[in-house]
Ligand binder design. Structure first.
Ligand SMILES: Cc1cc2nc3c(=O)[nH]c(=O)nc-3n(C[C@H](O)[C@H](O)[C@H](O)COP(=O)(O)OP(=O)(O)OC[C@H]3O[C@@H](n4cnc5c(N)ncnc54)[C@H](O)[C@@H]3O)c2cc1C
Ligand SMILES: NC(=O)c1ccc[n+]([C@@H]2O[C@H](COP(=O)([O-])OP(=O)(O)OC[C@H]3O[C@@H](n4cnc5c(N)ncnc54)[C@H](OP(=O)(O)O)[C@@H]3O)[C@@H](O)[C@H]2O)c1
Length: 246
């Protein structure tokens, strides 16, 4: 457990069964939006730890946005924590899914599935994206309407006119005001761009893509024919990614 410190649940918001935001009282080192920390619990006499993106802005109390996997080792235990309960926190934030690694572009497109929204919340709350880019598009792909979380806060952030939210819903064909299906297919047939009233172009757009690894691979394949490629330091491109699992 070396390096880990005790944290305490300060607040807990349940969005839907198995989908929770936790605010944690813990002394984190400074971080950049998009970074993650390791959270842990002692289960069966050993430390079980996993990575979780910070959803909060750097100077705010650390907040995490979590889903419980039915057969997961740690996530159901984390989601069952109540206000005042303790957990273990590695105070050192990590990761390169940050704006400092994103090259110059006019527009930033943030594509997330599920809790892959978390790093984008941190970036939007911090606000540098609104100085740096002419416009930001946030595409959030989820299974059902109750998973379209943080809507009122995102609407508030969008009221400045520099952010457009495109909700994508895969399992409720009756819902209104959303794009139906999955993100890559809705990019291929133009429905996401139509909903955002903006066009993606390799000259003007950079994409940050976070969450389900199959969505990330499928998105890259969907955009390759249009001239987009993964961004690498040695070979600049247009797509920066953070996979939540392999
Ligand atoms: C950089 C990074 C940041 C992350 N940030 C977040 C975050 O902000 N919020 C969050 O909820 N999770 C996040 N994760 C995922 C998290 O680290 C755990 O993998 C997840 O909570 C499952 O842990 P577990 O112990 O319950 O499942 P495990 O017992 O480890 O096993 C579950 C298996 O399911 C797969 N899996 C992992 N996550 C998911 C998922 N969401 N949906 C479907 N299958 C999955 C993996 O293959 C994993 O091996 C992040 C992962 C990484 C690498
Ligand atoms: N305990 C609970 O009650 C509870 C609550 C929420 C989540 N969970 C669990 O958490 C895990 C993650 O669920 P999640 O819904 O957050 O994440 P997810 O399974 O990654 O789904 C999020 C979105 O990504 C889409 N997607 C999946 N594969 C894709 C691909 N190849 N390309 C593009 N889009 C793709 C999904 O579409 P499709 O719908 O078409 O797959 C869905 O719209 C699951 O194991 C789930 O059971 C549990």
């Amino acid at each position: 457990m070396s390096g880990y410190v005790a944290g305490k649940i300060a607040a807990r918001r349940v969005w839907a069964p198995g989908l929770v935001s936790l605010t944690v009282d813990a002394p984190l080192e400074p971080f950049a939006p998009g970074q993650f920390v390791n959270l842990g619990l002692e289960l069966g006499g050993r430390l079980v730890r996993r990575s979780y993106s910070l959803a909060s802005a750097p100077l705010a109390q650390p907040e995490f946005y979590l889903t419980a996997l039915e057969t997961g080792e740690l996530s159901p235990a984390l989601l069952s924590l109540d206000v005042g309960d303790e957990l273990l926190v590695d105070p050192k934030p990590q990761g390169f899914f940050t704006l400092s690694w994103v090259p110059e572009a006019a527009e930033l497109w943030m594509l997330a599935t599920g809790t892959g929204l978390a790093p984008f919340l941190s970036m939007l709350r911090q606000g540098e994206v609104f100085q740096r880019f002419e416009h930001v598009v946030l595409v959030h792909g989820v299974r059902e309407p109750s998973h379209l979380t943080y809507r009122s806060e995102i609407r508030e952030l969008a009221s400045g006119g520099k952010l457009t939210l495109v909700p994508v819903l895969s399992r409720d064909p009756s819902a209104l005001g959303v794009v139906h299906g999955r993100i890559p297919a809705a990019l291929v047939d133009g429905r996401i761009e139509a909903a955002a009233a903006r066009s993606l172009s390799p000259e003007r757009s950079h994409l940050m893509v976070c969450g389900n690894p199959a969505m990330i691979d499928d998105t890259i394949h969907a955009l390759e024919p249009r001239g987009f490629r993964r961004h690498r330091t040695r070979k600049p491109g247009h797509i920066t990614t953070e996979k939540y699992w392999e």
